[in-house]
Design a protein around this ligand. Sequence first.
Ligand SMILES: NC(=O)C1=CN([C@@H]2O[C@H](COP(=O)(O)OP(=O)(O)OC[C@H]3O[C@@H](n4cnc5c(N)ncnc54)[C@H](OP(=O)(O)O)[C@@H]3O)[C@@H](O)[C@H]2O)C=CC1
Ligand SMILES: O=C(O)[C@@H]1CCC=N1
Length: 270
Amino acid sequence: MLKGSTLGFIGGGNMAEAIIKGLLAGGVAAADVMVAEPVAARREYLHGTYGIDVCADNGRVAAAADALVMAVKPQVFRGMVAALGPAGLDGKLLISIMAGITTADMEEVCGSAARVIRVMPNTPALVLEGASTLCRGRNATDDDLFFATGIFDLVGTTCVVEEKLMDAVTGVSGCGPAYVFLFMEALSDAGVKNGLPRDVATRLAAQTVLGAARLLLETGDHPGVLKEKVTSPGGSTIAGIASLERDAFRGAVMAAVDAATARSAELGKK
Ligand SMILES: NC(=O)C1=CN([C@@H]2O[C@H](COP(=O)(O)OP(=O)(O)OC[C@H]3O[C@@H](n4cnc5c(N)ncnc54)[C@H](OP(=O)(O)O)[C@@H]3O)[C@@H](O)[C@H]2O)C=CC1
Ligand SMILES: O=C(O)[C@@H]1CCC=N1
């Protein structure tokens, strides 16, 4: 898919690994992927697990790569570019997955001519079920957006939005897997509380979320319609739903997304 281009990652943490694992599973050659990562144990792990070139030198990866995925924390981004020297990024397509860092921030720090694509992926990319949303900076071309979309298409679904929506995207799908894991953990705990063995409870929780998600995507029905089909008059589901409503479940989810969206915007500030 990279068609002879080399994709470099600056930062080899959780999200970089999720994308790399997905890319390799999707047919990208290990020889076309490089990572710069400061932690020796992490470098050994990434090289040993995926057979990719991993080094400690951001400059070496920047020089060798045609496109660079900026996969460090937003808080270290400016210092990282200052240490590298923005000139080291000249001519490269810069693909940022950093929460809160705008394409204008990228252009300010990396050079006013920088070609920037901003992406908000999520960790299910690891199993090729990622949700990645992209927008482009003022210098990025149609080909750049096509190239970046092609990368993230390999690890799940993609969509393109206006940049002003990217913090909301972060609050929903970037952070969303963590909310769903919290929900599944609670569902599993509740099963154990009611006598189920842990392995059975966890499997039921996960398959229920997976099945419900597929039902929603494949039918295209409104979630409320699908909820109604589970809920028998005077039955057990409505007893559970009434309890969730008393505890303001939906309000709690909306407040969580609001908080994450606001925090994403803050992360970009100097
Ligand atoms: N995790 C997620 O679900 C998602 C994350 N993101 C974004 O992805 C980015 C990475 O997040 P995540 O993978 O979770 O974070 P991690 O901390 O797991 O990964 C960042 C990696 O970059 C390394 N690093 C630190 N400083 C430098 C440097 N100067 N040069 C090169 N590498 C460096 C870190 O090393 P060390 O540990 O020593 O600091 C770490 O290994 C963030 O900007 C985040 O907003 C976006 C969507 C989802
Ligand atoms: O927690 C974070 O800030 C990152 C961005 C989206 C998911 N993880």
